[in-house]
Each structure stands twice: as C-alpha cells, then as structure tokens.
Design a protein around this ligand. Structure first.
Ligand SMILES: [Zn+2]
Length: 443
C-alpha cells in the first residue's frame, strides 16, 4: 500500500506511548506526550482524508476510497474531552483500513467473486451462459439462472480483493465447482464411449463436462475435460426447436387357416411414418429437463405391419409312412451314390441360406447340434427304423427330444460344416443305412 510508511510510524508512536504509560514513575511525562498525541490526532480530524504530517493519505492505486471514510475515521470524544488510549488505538486502525468499491457476483446471497468493474462482472455472466447458446438449430427464447443471481456493488477490504482469482480461474471455478483440471487429447478411433470406459466415468458426465462440444464432431487432437462439473450456478434455457421425427408403426395380427397353430408369417411389412415437430425444450446447464410439443404436422402416416397367425390344428406328431420334400423349392445339385470315388450318402438340394427346412414326416428329434462335416444338423426318428437327416443348416429351430409334425419348419438352411455352397444335404436312413432319398421325394 502506498501509505504504509505513514501508518507504520504512527502505529509505532502509539505503541511506544502505551508501553511507556504503564511505567507509573514517568506517568507525568507520558500524560504530556499523550496531550501532544491528542493534538496531533485532532489535527488529523480536521483534515481527515487529505493529509497527515503534510503527507497525503493516498488511496490504493486504481481504486477509490470509500466516501464515508472521513466519518468512519472521526473520533468519539469522551465527556471530559479526553480520549481513552483504547479508543485512540481503534481509531487509528480504522484509518488504516482501506475499503474499496467492487462489483460482486452474488448467487443465493453468497459472493462467488468480486470484480473491479461492472462490465467485468456482466462479461462473466455472458461467458457462463455462452456454451448453452451455441446450438444453431435451437432458437433460444429465454435464458437465465436458476439461482437468485445479481451483481452487487459493495465495499471490501483491499486485502480481500488481493486474494481474488484471475478472470479465467473464476469462470472455471463457477462453471465446474472445482479448481481441478484434467484434460484428455482425443486419439484416433476414440469417442465418448471409449474415453468413458478408459477413465471409468459415466458417458453422460463426459457430456456434462464438455458443454458446447458435439460428441459426434470430435476431432483427433481435440482436448476434452474429464472433470465432472458441479456448477455453482445453473443456466436455464428455454429453446424452441423444429425437427422431423419418425412415427413407429403398429402391428396387427390376422388369423389364418393356412398356417398351423403357433406359426406366423408376415403378410405386409410395416413402414415408419414421419412428422414435423415444433417443441419447447427447457434445459438446465444444457441437460433437457422438459419438452412440450407446440405443433406437429404429419408428413407421412405409418403403415401397419400385418402378421398372419395360424389357426389350423397341426398334424399328429408321428410318422405317416410317407415322406414329403424337406424344402418347398430348390434343385437337385448332387444325387445319391458314388461321386468322385466316394459314396454320397444323401442328396444335395441347392437353396439360398435361410430357406425353411421342413420335417419330411412326423416324428421325434433325436439329434440337434453340430455333427462334424454335417455342420448344424438335425436327425428325426419317424419310427419303424426310418430316420431322416438334414445337414449344413444355418439355424436349428427344434431341440433334441421334440416331437414334430410332417411339414414343420425345423431349421433354416445354410452352408455350415464341409460344404462348398449353400445347400441342404438330405439323408434317409433305414436301419441306420443310408438309402436313396430320390425313391421318396422328387426334385
Ligand atoms: Zn450332400
């Protein structure tokens, strides 16, 4: 402080005075000195905020002294016209206190920061709300703070102002609620999910930690904050947004005698519709709190999905003694018998992967699983020592032990096991010996 030299010497005089006064032998001398002291201070009272010892008492550079300074520094006179030592001491300390006007950001009655100028304080408020007003697609209708927030002009001790943080630090502290910083530089192949997992933080918190950053537009080398904010102030925005959204389709079931009970078939695929929406969205620190639809216009109605549901009683789940074709389409690509020096134990039916594979007759599933070169395979026992085998499937739909009826879909065809392309390998076995399926089914 500029006036510290003055105050130091004045303080010394008074302290010396008090020390010496305690020595009763020299009391008379000290009463005399005291009188001089009172004279001095009376002078000071006459020229309170101007000078002392012909030297000006200067305010702190760049700040104004409080207007009421002179009144505060005024001495209370005792009735006998003399001032007590304690009063003198208090008065002097009061003079030494320099109070300066500041603009405090007051949130719910608590000063979070003080600034030299009102502009600086209002700039801070602008900078706090800035990240939440960046969405170009939204029209901000209203912006404010959840907390009772105001800029208050007040007087504080100079020493308090000296403790104040830099502008950037204040902004960081108020928006994050902490002075901690932790940054991650985006690497190739990283996104919020990867970062969240790496640092064991919630992806939602990562979004909160980086307001104004669009996760889908992150660039390699971009720095993101890992500090989950607990802001000391809540920015409330009310936005109007216009956007298009999908309308889900409904699913309707129609009964049909064409299908067996338990069987379903899609008659008509559903199609999503689309609507234009105008909505009001309330957000707190960028997080949606409430959404109300103001207007909506249907652009395309959705198309209902229609599913057929079978009502026909299934045939008995026993062998009928007559085999049917295991697929409703497909061509014979390899017959039963000798082929390239090896005996082919069944017939190959060329069909695209995913084609329905049906039980050739009613019976009981005695194998369902992967079987060496057969790949995903099913074997059905029809009774009378007749079995059928279905190989190279992509998907098995019945388990071992299940009783099936003739024509029931038991698998989806495929290309698993030792197979050179999508097809069904179909075998008929009598007394565990493969026989020519062409004797039973025609392709
Ligand atoms: Zn084969």
């Amino acid at each position: 402080m500029a006036n510290s030299g003055n105050s130091g010497s004045l303080k010394n005089i008074i302290e010396k005075f008090i020390r010496q006064f305690k020595d009763s032998r020299q009391a008379k001398i000290f009463i005399f000195l005291g009188t001089i002291g009172v004279f001095f201070l009376t002078l000071l009272l006459a020229f309170p905020n101007k000078s002392y010892n012909n030297r000006p008492i200067r305010p702190v550079k760049g700040v104004q002294l409080e207007k009421s300074f002179s009144n505060r520094a005024g001495f209370q006179k005792r009735e006998d016209g003399l001032k007590s030592i304690a009063n003198i001491k208090e008065d002097v300390e009061e003079i030494l206190k320099v109070r300066i006007p500041v603009y405090a950001l007051n949130v719910n009655g608590k000063d979070l920061a003080v600034f030299k100028t009102k502009d600086e304080a209002s700039n801070l408020l602008d900078d706090i709300v800035k990240p939440f007003t960046q969405d170009e697609e939204a029209k901000i209708e209203e912006i404010g703070f959840k907390e009772n927030t105001k800029i208050v002009k007040k007087l504080v001790g100079a020493e308090k102002f000296a403790e104040n943080l830099e502008y950037g630090e204040i902004l960081d502290y108020i928006t994050k609620g902490t002075k901690e910083t932790k940054i991650h530089k985006m690497q190739k192949g990283e996104n919020y999910w990867v970062i969240a997992q790496k640092y064991k933080i919630n992806p939602d918190d990562l979004i909160k930690a980086n307001p104004g950053v669009k996760p889908e537009t992150l660039q390699i080398g971009q720095e993101i904050s890992l500090v989950v904010p607990k802001p000391l102030i809540t920015v409330v925005t009310k936005e109007i947004m216009e956007y298009n959204e999908e309308i889900a389709y409904e699913t309707k079931y129609e009964e049909t005698e064409v299908l067996y009970k338990g069987e379903v078939r899609v008659k008509m695929a559903g199609e999503k519709g689309e609507r234009e929406v105008k909505a009001k969205i309330n957000k707190e620190n960028g997080i949606e709190i409430e959404r109300s639809i103001l207007e909506e216009k249907i652009i395309a109605e959705p198309t209902t999905k229609v599913v057929l549901k079978g009502t026909k009683n299934p045939p008995p789940k026993i062998g009928t003694g007559k085999l049917a074709k295991p697929t409703s389409r497909g061509i014979l690509t390899s017959p039963f018998g000798w082929r390239w020096g090896r005996r082919h134990s069944g017939i190959d039916i060329g069909i695209p992967t995913g084609t329905d594979v049906k039980a050739a007759d009613g019976g009981k599933v005695i194998f369902s699983g992967t079987k060496g070169g057969y790949g995903k395979c099913i074997i059905i026992d029809h009774g009378g020592n007749v079995n059928t085998l279905y190989a190279h499937n992509s998907e098995l739909l019945v388990k071992k032990g299940t009783k099936v009826f003739k024509g029931q879909i038991i698998a989806k065809s495929g290309n698993t096991g030792v197979s050179t392309g999508p097809h069904l390998h179909f075998e008929v076995r009598k007394n565990n010996t493969p026989v020519n399926p062409a004797k039973y089914v025609k392709y």
